[in-house]
Design a protein around this ligand. Structure first.
Ligand SMILES: Nc1ncnc2c1ncn2[C@@H]1O[C@H](COP(=O)(O)OP(=O)(O)OP(=O)(O)O)[C@@H](O)[C@H]1O
Ligand SMILES: [Mg+2]
Length: 218
């Protein structure tokens, strides 16, 4: 299964989520590959800063031929996660075309609701181009939610008009996400019983339920 994590807006958590999803799946015994599609190479920097044995590989492909490369590699892995770049349209479109699921992280802010239009339009555009792309699914996930605030609910409501579901699992603002990133690990890997570890596991479980039935079974 191919999951891309995309948003044209920068800094919404694409790399953080990609790494955590890949880590969760790898820890569950699934063979996983993370494709870093961003020329900033954050995911590759993350992998380079790791001192312990990797649990999944990270490769950099930031061209508009991701969908072709993934087709060649797809059978080798249970899961391929694509960490998308901000702003670059042709690479994002190629990542969408490669995907079974497009996960769109955003922060609970009206700016993020408005700017999500760009990635939603791209998903719809790709889906129109080929009949095999029609089955690509997309979902929003709210990231960096602040406890005891209602803005998350407001944002969820505001997102309704895009006709793309919002996953029930939200990720909260937690310093462990950045702390573990600095060590090339992840919250779920360092402490699966932490709040972050638990919410990420829940997110992946929801994502897998959401994926059924898939374009290509895995
Ligand atoms: N839930 C969270 N709690 C706390 N910090 C977070 C959370 N999610 C992301 N961050 C932090 O926010 C910053 C941006 O996150 P990240 O790099 O994952 O976003 P991005 O969408 O990949 O950015 P870019 O568009 O530049 O690639 C990072 O410093 C990351 O550690
Ligand atoms: Mg990134």
């Amino acid at each position: 299964m191919i999951i891309s994590v995309l948003n044209q807006k920068g800094g919404v958590g694409k790399t953080t989520l990609s790494i955590h999803i890949a880590s969760t799946l790898a820890l569950a015994g699934k063979s996983s590959l993370l494709i870093d599609a961003d020329v900033q190479r954050s995911a590759m920097d993350w992998a380079a800063s790791r001192e312990i044995e990797p649990i999944f590989n990270v490769v950099g492909i930031s061209t508009n031929s991701i969908h072709k490369e993934v087709r060649l590699m797809g059978d080798k892995y249970d899961f391929i996660i694509i960490d998308g770049p901000p702003r670059i349209y042709d690479v994002a479109k190629s990542a969408i075309a490669a995907s079974d699921i497009v996960l769109i992280p955003l922060q609970p802010s009206p700016y993020d609701v408005w700017s999500a239009k760009e990635v939603v339009d791209l998903v719809n555009e790709v889906k129109e181009t080929l009949s095999t792309y029609k089955s690509i699914k997309a979902a929003f996930v709210i990231n960096r939610k602040i406890p005891n605030t209602v803005i998350g609910r407001d944002v969820e409501e505001a997102l309704q008009h895009y006709n793309i579901p919002v996953l029930k699992t939200h990720l909260y603002q937690r310093v462990i996400y950045a702390e573990t990133a600095a060590r090339g690990t992840s919250a779920i890997e360092e402490d699966p019983e932490s709040m972050a570890g638990k919410e990420v596991k829940k997110l992946v479980e929801e994502l897998l339920r959401f994926s059924k039935p898939t374009k290509s079974a895995s």
